[in-house]
Design a protein around this ligand. Structure first.
Ligand code: HEM
Length: 230
């Protein structure tokens, strides 16, 4: 269940973060939305921390449940390798990919979640782009993106097999079809993620001399403009 929650969260997250592809104003709008401005009439970044805390909690529970299944000693690992060569099935190799990407995620996602949890107000077209470029977060995001999309793709595929989604009335699964859907999803979110990261890097690079300055949409700059002289 924790895995399904995390995959669904990542899909929503990627669509929200990629709002930057529609322009700075679109991302600014999404940021304000998550800070509850349309409902409470003011920005409450603590709401972002709250979401980050929930995601972190689910992430830790998910990792604890998964760690038990990883070979804990060299002997166990050898046994698994023997098993793997005895049953040369693609799904066994996918499981190994899950272990490796899951291990990477434990470090990189934790760093990202810590940042979001404690600096929830530092999100926005310039704030995010400055972090990605001037704050040198882009190498972390690049690796995190591949790890999370591969992990989520394999994860949702395994859930589909486990819970018999798309099974025919005899309970048979079309693994070939499911594998195609899985790779299509991974390819889609990887492409969207790479384009999104490139957009943040570009804005961050162009804004590097003014890093730290916040984005103010054109509709709001009018509020700060001097009143016309009489
Ligand atoms: C509530 C929790 C989260 C929030 C509020 C959040 C928010 C954000 C924001 C605003 C960005 C844009 C860059 C920036 O501002 O630094 C971003 C990027 C990213 N986040 Fe998250 N995130 C959360 C959880 C996660 C988790 C759990 C993962 C993966 C396990 C993740 C993976 C990524 C990746 C890979 C990027 C780079 C996007 C790209 O390459 O297109 N995020 N996130």
């Amino acid at each position: 269940m924790t895995g399904l929650f995390l995959v669904l969260f990542m899909w929503v997250h990627m669509f929200m973060v990629s709002s930057i592809l529609l322009g700075a104003d679109a991302m600014h709008f999404v940021t304000r939305l998550f800070e509850g401005e349309p409902i409470f009439g003011r920005r409450i970044p603590l709401l972002v921390s709250l979401i980050a805390a929930i995601v972190l909690l689910v992430f830790v529970v998910h990792a604890l449940a998964a760690i038990r299944k990883i070979p804990a000693s060299y002997a166990e690992y050898r046994a698994f390798r023997r098993h793997m060569s005895g049953f040369p099935h693609a799904d066994t190799a996918l499981w190994m990919l899950q272990v490796v990407t899951g291990f990477v995620l434990m470090f990189l996602a934790a760093a990202h979640l810590y940042q979001m949890l404690l600096h929830p107000a530092d999100i926005g077209p310039y704030a995010s782009s400055d972090r990605v470029w001037s704050g040198r977060w882009w190498p972390l995001y690049l690796v995190l993106l591949f790890a999370v999309e591969l992990h989520a793709g394999v994860g949702i595929y395994r859930l589909a097999i486990k819970w018999g989604w798309f099974a025919d009335r005899h309970g048979n699964m079309n693994r070939r079809r499911l594998t195609q859907i899985k790779w299509a999803l991974t390819a889609f979110f990887l492409t969207l993620g790479l384009l999104t990261l490139a957009a943040y890097m570009k804005i961050g690079y162009e804004h590097r001399d003014n890093a730290g300055e916040r984005y103010v949409p054109a509709s709001e700059t009018a509020l700060y403009a001097e009143p016309p002289r009489r």
